[in-house]
Design a protein around this ligand. Sequence first.
Ligand code: FMN
Length: 248
Amino acid sequence: MIIYFTGTGNSRYCAKILAEQLQDELVNSFHFIRESIAAELVSEKPWVFVAPTYGWQLPHVFADFIRESRFSGSQDAWFVMTCGSEIGNADRSNKALCKEAGLRYRGTLEAVMPENYIALFNAPEEDEARKIIAAARPGLERGAGCIREGRDFPGIQTGVVNRLKSSIVNKLFYRVCIKAKPFTVSNACISCGKCEAACPLGNIQIQNGKPFWGDHCTHCMACICGCPVSAIEYGRASKGKPRYQCPE
Ligand SMILES: Cc1cc2nc3c(=O)[nH]c(=O)nc-3n(C[C@H](O)[C@H](O)[C@H](O)COP(=O)(O)O)c2cc1C
C-alpha cells in the first residue's frame, strides 16, 4: 500500500507513479491527519510511505501518523522523500521510526522535485518545474523495481553535517521557522474557502469570509500555493514569488 502526505502535490505525483508501477493501492493520509485518526490498515503488499522533506526529515505530522497507526499484513516499509535538493540523514530517523511502529525498515529514496517552500526560498517557474519533474521519473521507476524485487533501497552516504541537519537543525527549524502568524490575506480574497479545505491540520477557519490561521501549522504551503487569486502572503517573504502546485 502506498501512503502519502503532500502540501503542494509533488509527493502525490510520486506516490501515483509508484502505485502504477507496483499495481498497488494509493492512500492519502490527509483525512487521518486532519481528523487525528489513528489508521488501522491491512495489506499483504509492502508499505511505501511517500512525503515531502521538512528540515531534512519526514514532516513531524506524518511521522506521528505512522507512529500512531497500525499496519498489519506485510511488515516491510520503504520510504520515498520528495525534496527541493536533499534529505540529509532522514534515513536514520526513518529507521528509528520503523522500530517504534513495528515495521521492517527497507530504506529511503530521495526524489528531487520542485522546491515549494516559498516562505523561505523560491519555487521554480512552470517550465523549469516540468523539467525537474520529468528528471525525477527514472529514479522513481528504479525505486519501484527495488520494492517489486524485495531489495532494500541503496544506502545514502551521510556525514556528520547531514546528521546535524536532520537532528539539531531540524529541531531548531521547527522551533524558529514553523509558525502561522506571518500569514496574511489581502482584499483580493474571494472567500472561496480553498485554503480552509486544503489545510491538512484543519488550522484555517473562514470567519467573515476571510481565512484565519490558528497555531497548529506545519508550513506545508498548501494554503498559500493553492489560493486561486494569490491573496495569501507569508509576511514579506512570499511577495512577488511564483506559487507552486505540482502541475501533473
Ligand atoms: C516546511 C518545508 C521544509 C522543507 N525542507 C526541505 C529540506 O530540508 N530539504 C529539501 O531539499 N527540501 C525541503 N523542502 C522542499 C520540499 O520538501 C519539496 O518541495 C517537496 O517536494 C514538496 O512536496 P509536496 O508538494 O508533496 O508538499 C521543504 C519544504 C517545506 C514546505
